[in-house]
Design a binder for this molecule. Structure first.
Ligand SMILES: *Cc1c(COP(=O)(O)O)cnc(C)c1O
Length: 367
């Protein structure tokens, strides 16, 4: 039975026999081969063959206990906070960090305080933080303002900060790359990931390097990070004062792990690019309608990103000879679509309401 990422990858994590493990059996998420996407990217790379020359794999992190990848980091951060005798944790959040912190704090029996930007957090995420019993405080400001306040409070009080600047979060999140290597037998050629506060790209790169150093994997992927156009400080090279995007989980103007994200990009020979909200929404709908996978908009940024790159011919330079193993691209799908039901409803036609009559229903069905 899967015991959660701390037990499964214990020797790679900063825990001892004395660490009280606070877990909800996170991790072990499926790596799904996406047929439609593989075909779409293959057609750009290798237009004259029927066989898919590219395999696109989706790491569906929305299937973690609180429905985002944040649980991987939170199990370690909360376990260490309890080990250190802390009675309270605090975070700033665009939503998923607070949902995860609230759940793991509840499990540990400690307090959780979350600071959110007013009106900028989705219904699913807010309901999670509240039902798990966190103290939720909204501020008239954005995520960056909230994080600044949380940092100041946690410096002066015995409260553990559980945003991704907490190094234990990164340690836990790096297990995502272990699972990908375990599933594929090695690291992929490319690893595509949305970038908000930039903790996760940092974590995945760290994980890939550690698995290679331990001789479990033989190679390293090129890291492809994607920000939203209206919140793309790393791409632009300067902080964005008023970040704007429908992808609320990556609506961040001044990422805490900015330097580490650049290091992941440069050491791996990858890139950090941006995608528009329209491209994000198109990828969001494509994933749901063609590959059967429902994610929140921010998660679709990784897919929008590889589609954008494929169209520009980015993957063609790596076109393989026929006998070579097919190119593998992993996209991390960071959070579940049910986190943001309003966006789904707003993206499609509303269902028609009819009188309860067979003929009317048949007519609506086009029969
Ligand atoms: C937190 C989050 C991100 C961004 O991850 P960072 O580590 O902040 O770059 C992307 N998507 C979802 C769904 C998230 O919850």
């Amino acid at each position: 039975m899967w015991k959660g990422i701390i037990e499964e990858y214990r020797k790679f994590l900063p825990v001892t026999d004395k660490t009280p493990v606070v877990s909800l059996c996170e991790g072990n998420t499926p790596l799904i081969c996406a047929q439609t996407l593989s075909k779409l990217v293959s057609d750009e790379v290798y237009p004259h063959t029927k066989k898919s020359s590219v395999g696109v794999y989706l790491k569906y992190e929305g299937l973690n206990p609180t429905a985002s990848f944040k649980d991987r980091g939170m199990t370690v951060a909360i376990s260490k906070a309890v080990e250190e005798g802390r009675k309270a944790v605090m975070c700033a959040s665009t939503g998923n960090t607070s949902a995860s912190a609230a759940a793991y704090a509840a499990r540990a029996g400690i307090k959780c305080v979350v600071l959110i930007p007013e009106g900028a957090i989705t219904l699913g995420k807010l309901s999670q933080a509240l039902i798990h019993g966190a103290k939720v405080i909204a501020i008239k400001g954005n995520f960056d303002d909230a994080l600044r306040i949380v940092r100041e409070i946690c410096e002066k009080h015995p409260i553990t900060l559980v945003n991704s600047i907490n190094p234990y979060r990164i340690e836990g999140q790096k297990t995502g790359s272990f699972e990908i290597c375990d599933s594929l037998g090695d690291a992929p050629d490319f690893h595509a990931i949305p970038v908000g506060n930039a903790g996760n790209i940092t974590a995945y790169w760290k994980g890939y390097k550690e698995y290679k150093a331990a001789n479990i994997s033989k190679r390293l992927p090129k890291m492809l990070g994607f920000q939203a156009e209206g919140a793309a400080p790393i791409v632009l090279g300067h902080p964005v004062k008023e970040p704007r995007t429908i992808a609320t989980a990556i609506k961040i103007g001044n990422p805490a792990s900015w330097k580490q994200a650049e290091a992941a990009r440069d050491e791996s020979g990858g890139l950090i690019d941006m995608v528009s909200d329209d491209e994000i929404l198109a990828a969001y709908k494509l994933l749901a309608s063609m590959d059967g996978i429902f994610v929140e908009p921010a998660s679709a940024a990784s897919v929008a990103g590889i589609l954008k790159l494929a169209k520009k011919g980015f993957f063609n330079v790596r076109r393989q000879k026929p006998d070579e193993q097919r190119m593998r691209i992993v996209c991390v799908l960071t959070g579940h679509g049910l986190k943001d039901p309003d966006r789904a409803i707003a993206s499609v036609d509303k269902p028609k309401v009819l009188e309860p009559n067979v003929d009317l229903v048949l007519k609506e069905m086009g029969l």
